[in-house]
Design a protein around this ligand. Structure first.
Ligand code: DGY
Length: 327
């Protein structure tokens, strides 16, 4: 019998063709929208390899639905907060992800959001489309300067570091707060480490979040942190929605506690069209497109397939989240 493999969405690039050439019993969820939970659970039965996206919760329930046949979980994302990694490890299942290939692409988008939120780019384009551009105005659509402003990076991992490089090109002063200090980045890019998060928040014009979502980082930015920021500050989140307490952010944007926010990720996702956050003039929300370039998404899909096939062959995954599974 061919090994049963579930792929939870059509994939970009030639990833699916590669899988179709393999001796696999390939099951593909063909919709552009994620499988509803009951359909996902039902389709896991007897699966040996799962290639999923960040929209699928691979928790204890899903692992139980898959049963003992499951040999590898491969997510087409660098973040894996949707996967119960410890439970996979306990079952001897390696989990693959796609680090590295989306770093610069995501930093590009984070910087685009920063620029757009600061200079009110989307609002200005909508103003033109609505026929409100009658004359050059000395007072309309004034935003916040980016060049020579201070950027605070929270989480100096791969993407945070790329964000710092982009900021240097705009002559920004860059502060960072991170679990571990990076002296080599400090000297190469002129970054300043700030040990206390609140101190960084109080000192910066822009705050950009680049931490993974974990129990420690859930609601890392809440009401107290928003209050610590300058009233002219702009918050950028391209990490994970729940890193920010969305209700506290809504209240802060509404009250003018901070000036604006640019969000590529929200809590929940997708943010319903009627969510009050979307009615605020000082928030720019994108539909989680940090890694959404043609080239990067094709590379992510290829890496996810590499991880999946390695797992099915019983080989070590090239990009494994839980290498302890091999001990
Ligand atoms: C990831 O990979 O974790 C991003 O959020 C989507 O590309």
């Amino acid at each position: 019998m061919l090994p049963k493999v579930l792929v939870t969405r059509p994939l970009p690039g030639d990833a699916l063709e590669r899988l179709r050439r393999e001796p696999l019993d390939l099951r593909l969820w063909e919709d552009e929208e994620p499988p509803p939970r009951p359909a996902f659970l039902a389709s896991l039965s007897g699966v040996e390899g799962l290639l999923c996206l960040l929209t699928e919760g691979v928790d204890e329930e899903a692992l139980a639905a898959a049963g003992s046949a499951l040999r590898v979980v491969s997510t087409m994302a660098v973040g894996y907060d949707n996967i119960a990694v410890a439970a996979c490890t306990r079952r001897g299942i390696p989990v693959g992800h796609t680090p590295g290939v989306l770093t610069e692409t995501t930093a590009d988008l984070a910087f685009a959001l920063l620029l757009a939120a600061a200079r009110r780019v989307v609002e200005a384009a909508e103003y033109v489309k609505a026929g409100r551009w009658r004359a050059w105005s000395p007072t309309a659509l004034l935003g916040w300067e980016v060049h020579h402003a201070t950027l605070g990076i929270v989480g100096l991992g791969r993407i945070g570091l790329e964000m710092a490089k982009r900021a240097r090109g705009f002559d920004m002063r860059v502060l960072y707060h991170s679990r571990s200090r990076r002296p080599e980045a400090e000297s190469a890019l002129g970054l300043t480490f700030v040990p206390a998060l609140h101190e960084l928040l109080a000192a910066t014009d822009f705050v950009s979040l680049h931490v993974p979502l974990t129990a420690d980082t859930r609601h890392l930015i809440g009401a107290a942190e928003l209050r610590a920021m300058k009233p002219t500050a702009v918050l950028i989140n391209t990490a994970r929605g729940p890193v920010v307490d969305q209700r506290a952010l809504y209240a802060a944007l509404r009250a003018g506690t901070i000036a604006a926010a640019g969000l590529d990720v929200t809590d929940p996702e997708p943010l319903p069209a009627g969510d009050p956050t979307l009615a605020l003039p000082n928030v720019l929300v994108l539909p989680h497109i940090g890694s959404a370039s043609l080239q990067t998404r094709a590379k992510m899909a290829a890496m996810a397939v590499d991880n999946l096939l390695a797992g099915l062959r019983g080989e070590r995954l090239p990009h494994c989240v839980n290498p302890e599974v091999y001990r």
